[in-house]
Ligand binder design. Structure first.
Ligand code: KG4
Ligand code: ZN
Length: 323
């Protein structure tokens, strides 16, 4: 089954063609991140306008890269939500139009299923799995029992982990997106003792996170002369909490696998610590290019979710939840 995936939930415009949920025939990502550098965060209106400019060229390129024609496709998968409404609409309306014109079924995909199924691109994790999704909009822990059966067990009470990186990066005067810039700055301090900032809720027995206090603490205690060290301190505080809660979920639910995905899962320090600390269970973290927003994960998820829907019934839903 050959699926064209389309992803446009935030500031990436992406299209990919995936065969049988495994073989990536093409994956094209255009980002409007540069547009948002000056403002230090995403401007939804600007992101949506950029989506409109990029969507057709990106879809065309995904077909060309895969050396396929529309007639070769079996279905079109598209992110229906959650995300920014203006951005989502561009991908959803493009997918509906193509579905009508090319006479191909459409498979709407929740963006979070996409992040989860990114782990299926190179592997087949055994279930049940503890899943940590950490991105710009989400920090959630789920227990995935079967291919379409998932239970939420905890999540952030305020800012998402990616948001914490992005907001503290602004305080440190580092460019958007904050995750990669903090990670780069932190590089030379990886062996330092890093305990300056609080690890919110690290000792609570639930699976919740709270990152907004970190921002306040950085604002109050920032050492402007040592931005590299500050970046390392921030990163370590976020990573410590994420790793600890994941370890605790493994202890409680005794899963066969742990899946960590979403933009923040691209973080090198997080990957290192998880690999060191998650023991006696298989750990799956997608390749970096499939952790951040992309359309290969959407086409892959569509293959497993198998939810073909008439185009008339597909619509963008910015508040869509997974469970
Ligand atoms: O999954 P994603 O691409 O988009 C959303 O669905 O939100 O995640 C974007 C988030 C941003 O907050 C960005 O700062 C963060 O992922 N991010 C990282 C890294 N790369 C991206 N955070 C920490 N370290 C990274 N290397
Ligand atoms: Zn995402």
């Amino acid at each position: 089954m050959i699926i064209l995936g389309i992803e446009s939930s935030c500031d990436e415009t992406a299209a990919a063609i995936v065969k049988d949920g495994k073989k990536i025939l093409s994956s094209v990502v255009a980002s409007s991140a540069e547009l948002h550098i000056k403002s230090g965060g995403i401007i939804p209106e600007a992101a949506a306008r950029k989506q409109i400019e990029s969507i057709i060229p990106v879809i065309k390129e995904s077909l060309a890269e895969a050396n396929l024609k529309p007639a070769d496709l079996d279905a079109i998968a598209v992110t229906e939500g959650p995300g920014l409404i203006g951005s989502l609409l561009v991908g959803v309306e493009a997918a509906k139009t193509l579905s009508f014109v090319w006479k191909k079924p459409i498979i709407p995909v929740n963006h979070l299923w996409g992040h989860i199924y990114a782990a299926w691109i190179d592997n087949t994790p055994n279930l049940p799995a503890v899943v940590l999704i950490v991105s710009g909009g989400h920090s959630d822990i789920f227990l995935m029992k079967a291919e379409t059966d998932i239970k939420w067990i905890g999540g952030t009470r305020d800012d998402a982990a990616g948001e914490a990186f992005d907001k503290t990066a602004r305080l440190l005067n580092l460019p958007y997106p904050g995750g990669p810039s903090i990670s780069k700055e932190a590089e030379s301090f990886k062996d330092a003792k890093l305990t300056k900032y609080p690890r919110p809720l690290i000792d609570s027995t639930d699976f919740d996170f709270s990152f907004s206090g970190l921002k306040t603490s950085v604002m109050r205690n920032l050492d402007k002369e040592n931005i590299g060290k500050e970046a390392a301190e921030v990163q370590e505080a976020i990573v410590d909490v994420l790793v600890e809660k994941t370890k605790r979920a493994v202890g409680k639910f005794n899963p066969k696998s742990v899946i960590v995905s979403g933009g923040v899962a691209a973080n090198k320090r997080l990957r290192e610590k998880l690999e060191k600390d998650i023991k006696n269970v298989d750990l799956f973290i997608p390749e970096i290019k499939y952790c951040t927003d992309n359309a290969a994960m959407i086409a892959t998820a569509a293959y497993y979710l198998k939810k073909e829907t008439p185009w008339q019934e597909v619509s963008a839903n910015p508040q869509l939840t997974l469970v």
